[in-house]
Design a protein around this ligand. Structure first.
Ligand code: BES
Ligand code: MN
Ligand code: ZN
Length: 508
C-alpha cells in the first residue's frame, strides 16, 4: 500500500491524516501468548466456554480469566471493555477484554462497535502493534466488521491537536484469513475516509477541496471522474443547486464518480450525497448553537465517497456511480432569498420559504443528473433534517422511498451489517404540504410537523419515478459526544450499509 498521497489542490490542509495512511495489517501466525504485539484485544462471547485464544491465556494465568468472568469483574456483555492489569509470562504486555454478548445477538454491528471500543481504549497512547483475537469460529462477515472496527476505533477527530488523544496503531495483527483481512481493511479505510472528511473543518474542506479528494480517490482506484463547476452547472441548468451556492465565495461543484465492475455502462446503483460543506442556514440564519457542527453537513457526500472507495477496493462485480452535490450555504451579498423562485434541472419551479432547507435544493439537481443515467436503483444520503433526529434519535437513520421493495432491500442490508435504520411513511397527504401558490412546489412543509417526510417528498419530485430510497443521516452521521466505539465527530455511519447494498446487488 502507498502512504497517504497528498490532499486537496488549493487547500492548506497540511497535516498528515494518519487515519488513511495505510495501517499495516498482518495475519497473526502465533498463539496469543507469543503474539508479537504489545497489546492484545480479546473478544469474549457471553455464556459460552472460552475460545482457543482465551483458553490459552486463561491457562497461562492459572485460571484467572475464567475466575474474573465468573465473578463478573470481566464483562462479556456486548461492547463492554475490561483491561487486564499485571499479566506476566506472555509476549503481549497488555490485554483488553471486550464482550461480544451472546452469540445469537452477535451481528457485524456488535462486532464492529465492540472491537472498536477496545481499540479506542488502547489508542489512548502510542502502540507499535496490537493483535486482535476473537472466538475461532466466527463467520467472515463478523471478522471483517471487527477488523474495520479496530481500524476506526483507534482514529480520532483530533486532526489539529498537537497532543493527540488517539494514536492509530503502527501495526494491526489479526487472526483471520487473508481475504477477510483485505475486505475488512477496505471497509475500515472507507469508513475512516468518510470520518476524516466530516471532521475536517469547513475552512479546509469546501466544494473545491472536496472535489479534489474525489479526484484523488478516482486516480488511486482508476475510476472515471467528472466535476462540474459553476459555469458547467449553469449550462446544465442546475438552478436549484446554484441558488444555494450564491451566498458563498466558494465555487459550487457537482462531483461524479463511476466505478465499473459490472457489465455494460448503465449503473446498477446510483449513490447521491448532500455535500453542504458548511450550513449557516443562509438568510434564514441558524443560531450559533445549531451552526456549531454544520461542517458535518457534507456527511452524505462523504458517505458516498467512502462507500465508493470501499466498493472499488473490494472490486465488486457491479457498476456504481456516485454524485456529490457540493456547495456552501452562506449569507453573502448575492445570497438566495426567501420568496425567490428557482428552476431545477428538470424544469420544476421551487419557491424558497426557508434558506436553511437547502439540502433538498442541492439534491434536487444532483438527483436529476443521476436519474438521467437511468440507474436501476438510486439511494441518496443526506444530513437533511433536524426533524428526523427528533423522530428517530441520534443513532437511527431514516428511510423514505417510492419503491417499497427497494427500501426493504436497503433495510435488509443495514440489518445484515448491524446499522440501525427505520422507515418513515410517504403518504400522499404530505405532498399537499409542499404545494406553493407561486411555483410548482416550495422548499418547506407547513410548520415543522413531519419535516423529515416533507423534505423527502420534495426529493421525490426529482428522481423521475425511478426506484429510489432516501436515507436521512442527520442523527447518526455526527456524534456530538464521544461514543464508546468512536471518538466524537464523524462516525462513518451507513458506509458499511452501502457496501452491503452493492454486494447484495452484485449477487442479485
Ligand atoms: N443540515 C440541516 C439539518 C441538520 C440539523 C442536520 C441538525 C444535522 C443536525 C438542514 O439543512 C436544515 O437546516 N434543515 C432544517 C429544515 C427546516 C428549515 C425546514 C431543519 O431541520 O431545521
Ligand atoms: Mn440547513
Ligand atoms: Zn443543511
Amino acid at each position: 500500500m502507498t502512504a497517504f498521497d497528498g490532499l486537496a489542490v488549493g487547500s492548506d490542509v497540511n497535516h498528515e491524516p494518519r487515519c488513511e495512511r495505510a495501517m499495516e495489517i498482518t495475519k497473526v501466525e502465533t498463539s496469543v501468548l507469543e503474539a508479537p504485539a504489545e497489546a492484545v484485544v480479546l473478544g469474549l462471547l457471553a455464556d459460552e466456554p472460552l475460545g482457543r485464544a482465551a483458553a490459552a491465556l486463561n491457562e497461562a494465568c492459572d485460571g484467572l480469566l475464567e475466575e474474573l468472568i465468573e465473578r463478573e469483574e470481566i464483562a462479556t456483555a456486548a461492547e463492554k471493555v475490561t483491561p487486564l492489569l499485571g499479566l506476566r509470562g506472555m509476549a503481549p504486555r497488555q490485554v483488553v477484554c471486550v464482550g461480544l454478548g451472546p452469540r445469537a445477538a452477535l451481528d457485524p454491528g456488535v462486532a464492529f462497535r465492540a472491537v472498536g471500543a477496545a481499540a479506542r481504549q488502547l489508542s489512548s497512547k502510542e502502540r507499535a502493534s496490537v493483535a486482535v483475537f476473537l472466538p475461532d469460529d466466527l463467520p467472515p462477515a463478523l471478522q471483517e466488521a471487527a477488523l474495520a472496527g479496530s481500524m476506526t476505533g483507534c482514529v480520532g477527530q483530533d486532526l489539529y491537536r498537537a497532543e493527540k488523544k488517539r494514536h492509530p496503531f503502527g501495526q494491526l495483527l489479526v487472526d483471520a484469513p487473508q481475504e477477510t483481512v483485505a475486505s475488512g481493511r477496505a471497509l475500515g479505510e472507507g469508513v475512516n475516509l468518510t470520518r476524516r472528511l466530516v471532521n475536517e473543518p469547513a475552512d479546509r474542506i469546501y466544494p473545491e477541496t472536496f472535489a479534489a479528494e474525489v479526484r484523488r480517490v478516482a486516480e488511486k482506484f482508476h475510476l472515471d471522474c467528472e466535476v462540474w463547476g459553476r459555469e458547467r452547472l449553469t449550462a446544465e441548468r442546475c438552478g436549484s443547486l446554484l441558488a444555494v451556492a450564491r451566498g458563498s465565495a466558494k465555487e459550487p461543484q457537482l462531483a461524479m464518480l463511476h466505478y465499473r465492475g459490472g457489465e455494460g455502462d448503465v449503473p446498477a446503483l446510483a449513490l447521491i450525497g448532500k455535500g453542504v460543506t458548511f450550513d449557516s442556514g443562509g438568510l434564514s440564519l441558524k443560531p450559533s448553537e445549531g451552526m456549531k457542527t454544520m461542517k458535518s453537513d457534507m456527511a452524505g457526500a462523504a458517505t458516498v465517497l467512502g462507500a465508493l472507495q470501499a466498493i472499488a477496493a473490494l472490486q465488486l462485480p457491479i457498476n456504481v456511480s456516485g454524485y456529490m452535490g457540493l456547495v456552501e450555504n452562506m449569507t453573502g451579498p448575492d445570497a438566495y432569498r426567501l420568496g425567490d423562485v428557482l428552476t431545477a434541472r428538470n424544469g420544476v419551479t421551487i419557491e424558497v420559504h426557508n434558506t436553511d432547507a437547502e439540502g433538498r435544493l442541492v439534491l434536487a439537481d444532483a438527483l436529476c443528473v443521476a436519474a438521467e443515467a437511468q440507474p436501476e436503483h438510486m439511494i441518496d444520503l443526506a444530513t437533511l433534517t433536524g426533524a428526523c433526529v427528533v423522530a428517530l434519535g441520534t443513532n437511527v437513520a431514516g428511510l423514505m422511498t417510492n419503491d417499497q421493495d427497494w427500501c426493504d432491500e436497503v433495510a435488509a442490508a443495514a440489518r445484515d451489517v448491524g446499522e440501525p435504520v427505520w422507515q418513515l411513511p410517504m403518504y400522499d397527504e404530505f405532498d399537499e404540504q409542499i404545494k406553493s401558490g407561486v411555483a410548482d412546489i416550495r422548499n418547506t412543509g407547513e410548520g415543522r410537523w413531519g419535516g423529515a417526510i416533507t423534505a423527502a417528498k420534495l426529493l421525490e419530485r426529482f428522481v423521475d419515478k425511478r426506484s429510489w430510497t432516501h436515507i436521512d443521516i442527520a442523527g447518526p452521521a455526527f456524534a456530538d459526544k464521544p461514543l464508546s466505539w468512536c471518538d466524537g465527530g464523524g462516525t462513518g455511519a451507513l458506509v458499511r450499509t452501502l457496501v452491503e447494498v452493492a454486494r447484495r446487488q452484485s449477487r442479485a
